[in-house]
Design a protein around this ligand. Structure first.
Ligand code: XMP
Ligand code: MG
Length: 189
Protein backbone atom coordinates (compact mmCIF):
# COMPACT_ATOMS: atom_id res chain seq x y z
CA UNK A 1 0.00 0.00 0.00
CA UNK A 2 1.38 3.40 -0.99
CA UNK A 3 1.65 5.75 1.97
CA UNK A 4 0.41 9.32 1.86
CA UNK A 5 3.38 11.64 1.07
CA UNK A 6 2.81 13.59 4.32
CA UNK A 7 3.45 10.46 6.37
CA UNK A 8 6.78 10.35 8.13
CA UNK A 9 6.29 6.97 9.82
CA UNK A 10 3.36 4.62 10.39
CA UNK A 11 2.88 3.93 14.09
CA UNK A 12 -0.20 1.70 14.00
CA UNK A 13 -1.48 -0.36 11.11
CA UNK A 14 -5.15 -0.96 10.39
CA UNK A 15 -4.76 -4.55 11.56
CA UNK A 16 -3.12 -3.58 14.85
CA UNK A 17 -5.89 -1.05 15.47
CA UNK A 18 -8.68 -3.54 14.73
CA UNK A 19 -7.20 -6.19 17.01
CA UNK A 20 -6.68 -3.77 19.88
CA UNK A 21 -10.12 -2.18 19.55
CA UNK A 22 -11.77 -5.60 19.86
CA UNK A 23 -9.78 -6.22 23.06
CA UNK A 24 -10.70 -2.78 24.40
CA UNK A 25 -14.41 -3.42 23.80
CA UNK A 26 -14.08 -6.64 25.77
CA UNK A 27 -12.27 -4.88 28.65
CA UNK A 28 -14.94 -2.20 28.86
CA UNK A 29 -17.79 -4.73 28.70
CA UNK A 30 -16.21 -6.70 31.52
CA UNK A 31 -15.86 -3.52 33.59
CA UNK A 32 -19.59 -2.79 33.35
CA UNK A 33 -20.61 -6.41 33.91
CA UNK A 34 -18.34 -6.67 36.97
CA UNK A 35 -19.96 -3.57 38.45
CA UNK A 36 -23.48 -4.85 37.73
CA UNK A 37 -24.27 -1.91 35.47
CA UNK A 38 -27.13 -2.65 33.10
CA UNK A 39 -27.02 -1.93 29.37
CA UNK A 40 -29.97 0.44 29.61
CA UNK A 41 -28.01 2.67 31.99
CA UNK A 42 -25.01 3.11 29.69
CA UNK A 43 -24.57 6.01 27.24
CA UNK A 44 -21.63 5.85 24.85
CA UNK A 45 -20.63 9.40 23.92
CA UNK A 46 -18.34 9.92 20.94
CA UNK A 47 -16.41 13.16 20.61
CA UNK A 48 -16.78 14.25 17.00
CA UNK A 49 -15.23 14.22 14.56
CA UNK A 50 -12.02 12.41 15.33
CA UNK A 51 -13.75 9.51 17.10
CA UNK A 52 -15.77 8.33 14.09
CA UNK A 53 -13.67 5.38 12.78
CA UNK A 54 -12.74 4.30 16.32
CA UNK A 55 -16.30 4.70 17.58
CA UNK A 56 -17.71 2.59 14.72
CA UNK A 57 -15.22 -0.21 15.26
CA UNK A 58 -15.56 -0.08 19.04
CA UNK A 59 -19.34 0.04 19.04
CA UNK A 60 -19.69 -2.99 16.75
CA UNK A 61 -17.40 -4.94 19.09
CA UNK A 62 -19.13 -3.65 22.22
CA UNK A 63 -21.67 -6.40 22.60
CA UNK A 64 -24.05 -4.39 24.74
CA UNK A 65 -27.33 -2.77 23.84
CA UNK A 66 -26.53 0.79 24.82
CA UNK A 67 -27.45 4.32 23.80
CA UNK A 68 -25.30 6.09 21.21
CA UNK A 69 -24.70 9.82 21.52
CA UNK A 70 -22.21 12.44 20.35
CA UNK A 71 -20.76 15.81 21.23
CA UNK A 72 -18.69 18.31 19.31
CA UNK A 73 -16.01 20.08 21.30
CA UNK A 74 -13.62 22.55 19.80
CA UNK A 75 -10.28 22.05 21.43
CA UNK A 76 -8.14 22.71 18.39
CA UNK A 77 -7.85 25.99 16.58
CA UNK A 78 -6.94 24.11 13.41
CA UNK A 79 -3.38 23.12 12.61
CA UNK A 80 -1.12 21.56 15.20
CA UNK A 81 -1.78 23.37 18.48
CA UNK A 82 -4.30 22.40 21.15
CA UNK A 83 -6.43 24.97 22.95
CA UNK A 84 -6.69 25.41 26.70
CA UNK A 85 -10.36 26.43 26.72
CA UNK A 86 -12.48 23.75 25.09
CA UNK A 87 -15.93 24.83 23.94
CA UNK A 88 -19.09 22.74 23.48
CA UNK A 89 -20.32 23.21 19.91
CA UNK A 90 -22.87 20.40 20.01
CA UNK A 91 -24.33 19.01 23.21
CA UNK A 92 -25.85 15.62 24.03
CA UNK A 93 -29.26 14.51 22.84
CA UNK A 94 -29.90 12.21 25.78
CA UNK A 95 -30.49 12.89 29.45
CA UNK A 96 -27.51 11.45 31.31
CA UNK A 97 -28.81 11.91 34.84
CA UNK A 98 -27.99 8.70 36.77
CA UNK A 99 -26.54 7.15 33.60
CA UNK A 100 -23.11 5.63 33.19
CA UNK A 101 -21.34 7.65 30.53
CA UNK A 102 -18.52 6.24 28.46
CA UNK A 103 -16.65 8.92 26.50
CA UNK A 104 -15.07 7.66 23.28
CA UNK A 105 -12.16 9.85 22.22
CA UNK A 106 -9.55 9.58 19.49
CA UNK A 107 -6.57 10.93 21.42
CA UNK A 108 -5.60 12.44 24.78
CA UNK A 109 -2.84 15.02 24.49
CA UNK A 110 -2.67 17.95 26.96
CA UNK A 111 -5.63 16.53 28.92
CA UNK A 112 -7.60 19.81 28.80
CA UNK A 113 -10.50 18.53 26.66
CA UNK A 114 -11.29 15.43 28.67
CA UNK A 115 -10.74 16.97 32.04
CA UNK A 116 -13.20 19.73 31.09
CA UNK A 117 -15.65 17.23 29.62
CA UNK A 118 -15.59 14.88 32.61
CA UNK A 119 -16.37 17.78 34.95
CA UNK A 120 -19.17 18.93 32.67
CA UNK A 121 -20.80 15.49 32.44
CA UNK A 122 -20.53 15.00 36.20
CA UNK A 123 -22.23 18.37 36.69
CA UNK A 124 -25.12 16.94 34.65
CA UNK A 125 -25.42 14.24 37.32
CA UNK A 126 -24.06 11.24 35.43
CA UNK A 127 -23.72 8.21 37.72
CA UNK A 128 -20.20 7.63 36.39
CA UNK A 129 -17.99 9.01 33.63
CA UNK A 130 -15.32 6.80 32.08
CA UNK A 131 -13.05 7.53 29.15
CA UNK A 132 -11.86 5.15 26.47
CA UNK A 133 -9.28 6.61 24.12
CA UNK A 134 -7.75 4.96 21.09
CA UNK A 135 -4.45 6.78 21.54
CA UNK A 136 -2.75 8.38 24.51
CA UNK A 137 0.15 10.84 24.28
CA UNK A 138 1.28 11.01 27.93
CA UNK A 139 4.24 13.21 26.90
CA UNK A 140 1.85 15.98 25.85
CA UNK A 141 0.12 16.44 29.22
CA UNK A 142 -0.26 19.98 30.55
CA UNK A 143 -2.58 18.90 33.37
CA UNK A 144 -3.00 15.64 35.20
CA UNK A 145 -5.41 13.33 33.42
CA UNK A 146 -5.72 9.60 32.96
CA UNK A 147 -8.13 7.77 30.67
CA UNK A 148 -9.75 4.63 32.11
CA UNK A 149 -9.13 2.53 29.00
CA UNK A 150 -6.31 3.16 26.54
CA UNK A 151 -5.75 1.55 23.15
CA UNK A 152 -2.18 2.59 22.53
CA UNK A 153 0.31 4.84 24.24
CA UNK A 154 2.45 6.72 21.71
CA UNK A 155 5.33 9.17 21.60
CA UNK A 156 4.71 12.91 21.75
CA UNK A 157 4.40 13.60 18.01
CA UNK A 158 1.58 15.01 15.91
CA UNK A 159 -0.28 12.09 14.37
CA UNK A 160 -2.75 11.73 11.51
CA UNK A 161 -5.14 9.10 10.19
CA UNK A 162 -7.93 6.83 11.43
CA UNK A 163 -10.01 9.89 12.33
CA UNK A 164 -7.13 12.15 13.35
CA UNK A 165 -6.76 15.19 11.14
CA UNK A 166 -4.46 17.93 10.10
CA UNK A 167 -6.74 20.93 9.52
CA UNK A 168 -9.73 18.63 8.83
CA UNK A 169 -7.75 16.60 6.31
CA UNK A 170 -6.22 13.11 6.28
CA UNK A 171 -8.85 11.61 8.62
CA UNK A 172 -9.48 8.77 6.18
CA UNK A 173 -6.01 7.23 6.18
CA UNK A 174 -6.53 3.63 7.34
CA UNK A 175 -3.51 3.78 9.69
CA UNK A 176 -2.17 6.16 12.37
CA UNK A 177 1.09 7.85 11.40
CA UNK A 178 3.48 10.58 12.48
CA UNK A 179 3.09 13.53 10.16
CA UNK A 180 6.02 14.92 8.22
CA UNK A 181 5.49 18.52 9.30
CA UNK A 182 8.58 19.75 7.38
CA UNK A 183 6.86 18.86 4.11
CA UNK A 184 3.89 21.07 5.03
CA UNK A 185 5.82 24.25 4.21
CA UNK A 186 5.80 23.43 0.52
CA UNK A 187 2.72 21.20 0.39
CA UNK A 188 -0.20 22.15 -1.83
CA UNK A 189 -3.56 20.64 -0.93
P1 XMP B 1 -6.13 17.72 24.50
O1 XMP B 1 -4.85 18.46 24.25
O2 XMP B 1 -7.23 18.62 24.98
O3 XMP B 1 -6.45 17.28 23.03
O4 XMP B 1 -5.93 16.49 25.33
C1 XMP B 1 -7.48 16.58 22.68
C2 XMP B 1 -7.84 16.85 21.24
O5 XMP B 1 -6.75 17.43 20.49
C3 XMP B 1 -6.65 16.82 19.24
N1 XMP B 1 -5.28 16.27 19.09
C4 XMP B 1 -4.75 15.79 17.96
N2 XMP B 1 -5.29 15.67 16.75
N3 XMP B 1 -3.28 14.71 15.97
C5 XMP B 1 -4.54 15.14 15.74
O6 XMP B 1 -5.01 15.01 14.64
C6 XMP B 1 -2.66 14.79 17.16
O7 XMP B 1 -1.52 14.39 17.31
C7 XMP B 1 -3.45 15.37 18.23
N4 XMP B 1 -3.19 15.60 19.51
C8 XMP B 1 -4.33 16.16 20.02
C9 XMP B 1 -7.72 15.78 19.18
O8 XMP B 1 -8.83 16.28 18.49
C10 XMP B 1 -8.12 15.54 20.60
O9 XMP B 1 -9.47 15.23 20.74
MG1 MG C 1 -10.85 14.90 19.36
Amino acid sequence: MALHPLVKRVLLTEEQIKTRVAELAKEVTEHYKKNNIKDKDIVVVGILKGCVPFYAEFFMNFKQDVVMDFMVISSYLGGLKSNKQPKINLDLNSDIKNKHVLIVEDIVDTGHTLSFLKDYLKSRKAASVNVVTLVDKPGGRKIEFEANFIGFSIENEFVIGYGLDYDEKLRNLPYIAIMDTDKLKTWEW
